[in-house]
Design a protein around this ligand. Sequence first.
Ligand code: GLY
Length: 551
Amino acid sequence: MSRLLVLFISICWSFSVVAGQAAVAMPDSYSAKAAAKVLEEGGNAVDASITAGFVLAVTLPEAGNLGGGGFMLFYQNNKTDFLDYREKAPQKAHRDMYLDDKGEVQTEKPLYGILASGVPGSVMGLWQAHQKYGSLPWERLVQPAIELAENGFIPHKKLQAYVQEYLDEIEAAPHGRNFAKYFAALTGGQRFKQPELAATLTRIAKQGPKDFYEGETADKLVSFMQHHGGLISKEDLKQYQAQWRTPLQKSWRSYEVVSAPPPSSGGLVLLQMLAMLSDKIDCLEDVAHNSTRYVHLLAELAKPAFADRAEYMGDPDFYPVPVQKLLDDAYLAERAKLINPIKISETEAIKPGLQESENTTHYSVVDKWGNAVATTTTLNLSFGSGMVVEGAGFLLNDEMDDFSAKPGVPNYFGAVGKDANAIAPGKRMLSSMTPTLLIKNGQVQMVTGSPGGTTIISSVYQSILNRVLFNMDAQSLVDAPRVHHQLLPKNTIRHHPKLDKTVQDGLVKMGYTLDARRFGDLQVIVRDADGALAAASESSGRGLSMVVETK
Ligand code: GLY
């Protein structure tokens, strides 16, 4: 093919879009419809994402939130950007705050009840995103959430069941959680109204973050903390700021993969695994998708990356995360040599390589101009700490469990850490949230992300492999069974229950222990070769994705 022809094809590719087309991939129908309406009214991807964020705080109580935090990855006016609105440890937090007299971790404390929460970042994050990139008025973007809280919404059967499960869990082990007082009524299937939350959202619509961090909502949160013996103070709220950061970016095959920087571990682990896979790509020849050999190879690729995660990753404002070294091609080529494509390599032999978090939610938006936003937001576990701020009607996070409470002791997700992720006042806990974009010739080709603690990284990774290596369409790539290995627990592979039984048997024969469980739901938008957008939400969840034809 002549050079001219190649140039012509690549120019056509880079400008190939369907005029007026936008898309949303959302974890529920309320957020999808509200975000689509914003796009139809001429709002951009950031506007639609802000509306989705607030709606999810009403209709997706297990993860959507005002009392949590998140990450937003942008492609706006042909530039990438990243907003970190992760929670922070309160000033009164300290390194050993979850240890008992014998120095053992009291594992329930960072997970449930009043001591589990970091200082929330979501309201500040959505505000700062709007200040920099929003185009429609802030009040307009918050309004759909106010209406859903005030007038109520009909809870999906899956949400009713989820809440009932959580209520049963609280009954067995209360840990001081007041969740039932606010959410027990949701299980009846009737229209569910949240008047206190509606009032909080109305104040936020009028006053922005001033209300949440210094005004009436701040007062309610602080008196709730004081009443129950919690740590978050007026000063903690007043000082909270979201942080603009440079996203991570690495070329992989014909794409630029753009993802979350620290305090997420997600982008680093993802880019490491993609790069090591490129070094081992010959091992994949003749290997079928989700076969025993394929799953084994993915597990091997995860090992060195998760060893580095445990040693080097934490809040870059507190710990010098060696990002460049961890993404260096020569370093990763060396690390790829640890991978044994035939049999399980020794867990103990995989050390960090340098010399010297179960619910969350994700949503993806692309607007008609080709801008994109990938947002992952979290309370940590489903329904966070189980504590609802009385008088303000929103759930608080249990993000403190994403810190390493003691070196080498696993958190809820089985992740271990050391100094890099030790608790310190004002520090952000390490995350696995991995909002990610694939860009080619200046055009977003894929927006991907998922909930699921440390499995987020595997979900995002495999969504990319499914698309780029296996050419799957949007729905197939989100529904394909996924697998996850994270070095520890040793030789353990978590997998979707639907992973082929003969593959499961093959893995057991190789020496793996299997753990069959659901993962979080991917919410993905892709651009097909003809420039048309396609969007998909995983079928097992209650998500809704739409391609929106705007004027
Ligand atoms: N709380 C889950 C995460 O941030 O990884």
